[in-house]
Design a protein around this ligand. Structure first.
Ligand SMILES: Nc1ncnc2c1ncn2[C@@H]1O[C@H](COP(=O)(O)OP(=O)(O)O)[C@@H](O)[C@H]1O
Length: 186
C-alpha cells in the first residue's frame, strides 16, 4: 500500500518518516532527494533555490521502485515522503503546524525570512490540504502543533494501521477541515 506523507516544509514529514522506518520497518521514498539525484525536474528556479518537479516523469520513475519496495516492506507499506507526495498517491496524510510554530521550526533550520514567510502563508491558507483534496481519494490531517515528532509519528502509525486493518471508520479524529489558521500570519 502506497501512502503519501505530505505537508508544508517544516511540518515534520522527514522526522516522522525516519521514526517509522526504524520502528515499523516500513520503506520510505524521500521523494525530494530522488528528484534531485535523478534530475526528475524540468528546470531550476535559481531565485527560489528550488527545482520545478516533473510530475509525469516522477510518476513513471516511481512505478517500478514502488512495486519493488512494497515486496520488501513490512505489511507492504511504502511511504512517499514529500510536500509533492499528494500529486502522486491516492492516499495522503497531511501534516499541519500552526504557522507561528512552523515559523519557529523553519527559523531553527536556517530558512531565509522570505522562505519562512512563504511557507507560513501557504500553511495558513491550507494550500497543501486543498491540493490533496484535489488529487487524492483519501485525505487524513494530523495537527502536529504542540506535539513532539514521536507523538506525530504515533498519529501517522495509527492511521496506517487502521488503513491496513480496514478500520478507517475509526479515524474520525483525522478528518480534515477542523483547522482555521487564516488569520494566524502576522
Ligand atoms: N510534532 C512534531 N512533529 C514533527 N516534527 C516536529 C514536531 N514538533 C517539532 N518538530 C520539529 O520540526 C522539524 C520538522 O523538520 P522535518 O522533519 O525536516 O520537516 P519536513 O520534512 O516536513 O520539512 C524537526 O526539527 C522536528 O524535530
Amino acid at each position: 500500500m502506497l501512502i503519501g506523507l505530505t505537508g508544508t516544509p517544516g511540518t515534520g514529514k522527514t522526522s516522522v518518516s525516519r521514526l517509522l522506518e526504524k520502528r515499523r520497518g516500513w520503506k520510505v521514498i524521500y521523494l525530494n532527494d530522488l528528484i534531485k539525484e535523478e534530475h526528475l525536474y524540468t528546470e531550476i528556479d535559481e531565485e527560489r533555490n528550488a527545482v520545478v518537479a516533473d510530475i509525469e516523469l516522477i510518476r513513471s520513475r516511481l512505478t517500478g521502485i514502488i512495486n519493488e519496495m512494497e515486496k520488501e516492506s513490512t505489511n507492504g507499506i511504502v511511504i512517499l515522503e514529500s510536500h509533492l507526495a499528494h500529486h502522486i498517491t491516492d492516499i495522503a496524510i497531511v501534516l499541519r503546524a500552526y504557522p507561528p510554530e512552523l515559523k519557529k521550526r523553519l527559523e531553527m533550520r536556517g530558512y531565509s525570512e522570505e522562505k519562512i514567510k512563504e511557507n507560513a502563508e501557504a500553511e495558513a491558507i491550507d494550500l497543501i490540504l486543498a491540493e490533496a483534496f484535489e488529487w487524492c481519494d483519501r485525505v487524513y490531517e494530523v495537527n502536529t502543533t504542540g506535539r513532539t515528532a514521536e507523538e506525530t509519528a504515533g498519529d501517522v502509525e495509527r492511521i496506517i494501521d487502521h488503513l491496513l486493518s480496514g478500520k478507517e471508520e475509526e479515524l474520525q479524529e483525522y478528518t480534515p477541515g477542523s483547522l482555521d489558521w487564516i488569520d494566524s500570519v502576522p
